[in-house]
Ligand binder design. Structure first.
Ligand code: BJW
Ligand code: ZN
Length: 245
């Protein structure tokens, strides 16, 4: 496989990155769709929706406890590390939005990081407004809130739930500001482009004049929205594309 030339990030150009489950595949974590995807053992509606949690909270907690154990034992791969290194060079000209909840970007050192779909390692209460809290525990049955007695749940954005509007706002403002300054590159990696609103970011970036670049193992459903596609493993391609390898 021939590796790409580094992206042109000179002349004050910024970099907006969107990642998905594929960037953690080389760390040994399953992706969601396709062969070996998580949905095969656990249908999505049973484990990643408010309705599924209301129907069987113990099943949902068993599923997330298993995910916590898997992610806690995983290490960042070369793709995560390349993104952390390019952030060191670009500083405030860099933003990383991830759909992943596994914590591996933070573990690699990424700081200008938005976890759009929440975190596996936080829990919140479904019954009261106490703030989400750090929690790495595995549960067999659903834990209860010390404050109100309500059911605790993973701090994850499930289907049909809204993402934090502040997070979407930060992405939009970063892209508008970058477009008005030196312009920007939008880079997506390891995502099927099938889940919204993340899937819409590339169109928004393109309409602001960004060069849109994709790194993915397979062509995704929104391939037509990208100017450039590098097919293959993000752990090999990102270090080359970002010039950090
Ligand atoms: C590699 C690789 C390697 C593998 N290297 N690549 C507009 C239109 C239609 C529907 C909607 C819409 N707006 C909202 C919706 C509804 C819904 C939605 O998008 N549905 C679609 C499925 C149709 N969205 C929502 O409900 C969102 N909420 C919302 O918008 O609220 C307002 C609203 C609600 C309802 C209607 C309208 C508005 C919330 C979405 C929350 C998503 N949550 C999940 C589960 C979290 C739980 C958990 O983690 O356990 O997040 S779904 C799941 O998919 C997870 C992921 O973050 C997300 C994205 O998956 P991702 O990352 O793309 O992974 P994969 O597996 O799909 O793809 C991996 C890719 O990597 C593949 O392409 C491989 O080829 C590649 N790959 N190895 C490079 N080594
Ligand atoms: Zn509570």
């Amino acid at each position: 496989m021939s590796l790409p030339e580094p992206l042109d990030l000179g002349a004050g150009r910024a970099l907006m990155v969107l990642t998905g489950a594929g960037v953690s595949a080389e760390s040994g974590l399953s992706t969601f769709r396709g062969g070996g995807g998580l949905w095969e053992d656990h249908p999505v509606e049973q484990v990643a929706s408010p309705e599924g949690f209301a129907r069987d909270p113990a099943l949902v907690w068993r599923f997330y406890s298993e995910r916590r154990r898997g992610a806690a034992g995983a290490r960042p791969n070369a793709g995560h590390i390349a993104l952390a290194r390019i952030e060191e060079r670009l500083g405030d000209r860099f933003l990383l939005a991830t759909q992943n909840v596994d914590g591996l970007h933070a573990a690699a050192g990424s700081r200008r990081l938005l976890e759009m779909h929440g975190s596996l390692f936080r829990t919140r209460c479904s019954g009261c407004d106490r703030p989400p809290f750090a929690d790495c525990a595995a549960y067999d049955g659903p834990p209860l809130c010390d404050l109100c007695g309500g059911l605790l749940r993973p701090d994850i954005v499930w289907f049909g739930e809204s993402l934090d509007p502040a997070c979407l706002d930060l992405i939009e403002r970063f892209m508008i500001r970058s477009a008005a300054a030196g312009g920007f590159v939008f880079l997506a990696a390891g995502t099927s482009g099938s889940v919204w609103p993340a899937a819409g970011c590339v169109e928004a970036a393109g309409s602001l004049g960004a060069r849109t670049v994709l790194v993915n193992a397979e062509p995704p459903v929104n391939l037509h929205s990208f100017d450039e596609f590098h097919q293959g493993a993000s752990g090999s391609i990102l270090p080359a594309l970002l010039g950090t390898g």
